[in-house]
Ligand binder design. Structure first.
Ligand code: XLS
Ligand code: NI
Ligand code: NI
Length: 440
């Protein structure tokens, strides 16, 4: 299948030109094959483009219709249009030079009149996507099912109080898993869009959570049965569109996975703007997941300090990128997950090139973050300073305590023997200055 160059005619393949370039359609820092910390840059990130924001979204908002002209919507037949959309997507992916993309079932193909027809629509598009993947080498980082747009899901999908709706959600997840496996998807995501409540008064929370556990176990079993070897991922978010979403944040999801015995198959997909909606920082949730060995993947985007929304800006905050890359470097990287730009260009960004600028900016930000993080971890006193704060647990009774070997009475005896500890500064400002010293 020849790759078309009709949807972004003004853009050629994006190349690395270095920090001095003034070409806005070039990378300043993302030099995919440059070796950093023992592996090519591209393997540190495994960048992915989000199909929904980039190719489906016309940039409408609750106050106005779309502003973005999608030239691939050129037919009156919706199935023809999603085929054109797929061509446009692969033109974009190859010109940008990202290794991965991610989709919802409904991004690829529209729902039909019956479950059978819907499955058929998806199959047709999956077969075409498979050819595009083969021709271009672009791969699927993860697939997912859109269980939140259709009106039937207004009270939730797996947690809907009506069993009939739960069954529809299951049929949809089955087909989305089939599609993901067929396309060699490396992960499968559950984002619980409406799995939560608008009012606790009309909700039996425990019952709904148990249904969600049963649903995820059934999905896991089916996925394994058809040969899916990757991670299942839950993407925490505290709210929006529901007032309260059950997968509130990383810690809540880890507790849920433990309660429902899902820890062997599930990990977390952490989204920056969801972590901040939960009143954490991006790095807090990434760190938590990583330290528990449960970091599956990242939805890289950015919120806005002034707004409490999921604004899904493209990530351009260098401090965030440095912190995230420090965590990834210290915890063995993101594979088999990746950094998916779950981000959208603004409603008033209406040129075809804007989608390129947005992704180039995100990729360069993380590339810069990686270079800086690598320097901090290797060349500075950062790790010594941090680990030094815990030195009293490295040997002797402190070490025994950490291993669970000391009773409360024994600890009391140590307190008496030890006397009052010296005051030790936590040196926060020094840490902050140290990071800034390397941001250059
Ligand atoms: C919405 C979520 C969504 C998931 C995929 O806030 O971020 O885009 O990543 O369903
Ligand atoms: Ni989101
Ligand atoms: Ni997301």
């Amino acid at each position: 299948m020849p790759q078309s160059s009709q949807y972004f005619p003004a853009v050629k393949k994006i190349r690395y030109e270095g920090p001095e370039t003034d070409n806005p359609l070039a990378f300043t820092h993302y030099d995919e094959n440059r070796i950093v910390a023992g592996k090519p840059m591209k393997d540190h990130f495994r960048f992915a483009v989000a199909y929904w924001h980039s190719f489906c979204n016309e940039n409408s908002d609750p106050f106005g219709i779309g502003t973005r002209n999608l030239p691939w919507n050129k037919s009156t037949d919706p199935i023809e249009n999603v085929k054109y959309r797929l061509e446009a997507a692969f033109e974009f992916l190859t010109k940008l030079g990202v290794p991965y993309y991610c989709f919802h079932d409904r991004d690829l193909a529209p729902e039909g009149q019956t479950i059978g027809e819907t499955e058929k629509n998806l199959e047709v598009l999956v077969n075409l996507a498979k050819q595009h993947q083969r021709d271009t080498g672009v791969k699927l980082l993860w697939g997912t099912a859109n269980l939140f747009t259709h009106p039937r899901y207004m009270n939730g999908a797996a947690t809907n109080p009506d069993f009939g709706v739960v069954c529809h959600a299951a049929a949809q997840v089955k087909a989305a898993l089939d599609a993901t496996v067929e396309l060699g998807g490396e992960n499968y995501v559950f984002w619980g869009g409406r799995e939560g409540y608008m009012s606790l008064l009309n909700t039996d929370m425990k019952r709904e959570l148990d249904h969600m556990g049963a649903f995820l176990r059934a999905a896991r079993d089916y996925g394994r049965k058809i040969g899916f070897k990757g991670n299942f991922l839950i993407e925490p978010k505290p709210m929006e569109p529901t007032k309260h979403q059950y997968d509130f944040d990383a810690a809540t999801v880890i507790g849920f996975l433990r309660e429902h015995d899902l820890l062997d198959d599930f990990k977390l997909n952490i989204e920056a703007n969801h972590a901040t909606l939960a009143k954490h920082t991006f790095s807090h949730d990434v760190m938590l997941a990583a330290q528990y060995g449960l970091l599956g993947s990242i939805d890289a985007n950015r919120g806005d300090n002034q707004n409490g929304w999921d604004t899904d800006y493209f990530p351009t905050n260098l401090y965030d990128a440095v912190e995230i890359m420090m965590i990834l470097l210290e915890h063995g990287g993101i594979t088999p997950g990746g950094l998916n730009f779950d981000a959208k260009i603004r409603r008033n960004s209406t040129d075809p090139e804007d989608l390129f600028y947005a992704h180039i900016g995100g990729m360069d930000t993380f590339a810069r973050g990686l270079l800086i993080a690598d320097e901090i971890l290797n060349n500075s006193e950062y790790k010594d300073l941090r680990d030094g704060r815990y030195r009293s647990f490295d040997s002797g009774p402190g070490k025994e305590f950490a291993a669970g070997k000391l009773s409360l009475e024994e600890l009391r005896v140590h307190a008496i023997k030890h006397g009052e500890s010296e005051m030790r500064s936590s040196k926060q400002e020094l840490f902050e200055n140290l990071i800034n010293r390397y941001i250059r």
